[in-house]
Unconditional design. Structure first.
Length: 260
């Protein structure tokens, strides 16, 4: 991945280094790199806001159509071609597609990958990543949680603060997701729609990642996760994404059905 993204990573590195040098007289060497990481991450997320909005709208449409899609799968599960036609027709009627919520997020991946690799790579362009030699409260930005002196040390406490902030943001993300997602009707067997537990657990994967990356990448994860949370709340509160009640699992009448 690093070789594929080499040129944009080098460009991002020089940009963040420039931010750091500019901020050092005002903030000091210790905090300038952290502030540069925050500013650069926010700038990237601002650039990606239109794609985020499209992706969230696609996810909202998928949630709304989930009951109808489940009903189609139950009725035409043994007829793959017929199922595909009915699903395509449903998406067309609703003015969306099965990839509406996925494609915008895939388009964001290269740029977000550049930022992530920048803040976890010891070398950039064959030279040491000097950003990781800066520190936060005396803890180098290139250090890892498991390489510290223990949980009671300054090193451990700094990482504990990172984990606590990420855990809080993940919890808020799950809470916001529940508010934005209308209650889905139960299936015929009395069970809820599949995937609910996964949706509640998935945000916490970020917390697991933070335990194995340098402190600089952990700071990036905090800023990026917090921005994504604020962004979703803003789009929802301002009506840019609307959560309509879930559609009942209605099925189109068979083409050969008799009219009464």
């Amino acid at each position: 991945m690093t070789s594929f993204l080499g040129v944009p990573i080098d460009a991002a590195y020089h940009l963040v280094s420039g931010f750091t040098s500019f901020l050092t007289p005002a903030l000091g060497a210790a905090m300038a790199a952290v502030a540069a990481i925050v500013l650069f991450t926010v700038a990237v997320r601002l650039i990606l806001m239109p794609l985020s909005l499209r992706g969230l709208r696609g996810q909202t449409a998928a949630t709304r159509l989930a009951p109808q899609l489940q009903a189609l799968q139950k009725k035409y599960g043994k007829q793959p071609e017929r199922l595909q036609r009915e699903m395509t027709a449903l998406y067309k009627r609703e003015g969306t597609s099965m990839f509406a919520g996925l494609t915008p997020f895939l388009l964001q991946w290269p740029l977000l990958s550049v930022v992530y690799v920048l803040f976890r790579s010891a070398q950039i362009g064959g030279k040491p990543n000097t950003l990781l030699t800066r520190d936060l409260f005396g803890v180098p930005l290139g250090s890892h949680w498991l390489a510290g002196a223990g949980p009671a040390s300054v090193h451990g406490l700094v990482f504990l603060g990172v984990f606590a902030l990420l855990a809080g943001l993940c919890w808020l993300s799950v809470r916001l997701g529940k508010l934005m997602t209308p209650a889905q009707p139960l299936a015929a067997d009395g069970t809820s729609a599949p995937g609910g537990a996964l949706i509640r657990v998935l945000p916490y994967v970020t917390l697991v990642i933070a335990a194995f990356v340098p402190l600089a990448a952990g700071i990036y994860l905090i800023v990026s996760t917090g921005w994504a949370l604020a962004e979703r709340a803003f789009f929802w509160r301002t009506g840019r994404i609307s959560v309509a009640p879930p559609s009942p699992p209605q099925l189109p009448a068979a083409s050969g059905a008799r009219r009464r």
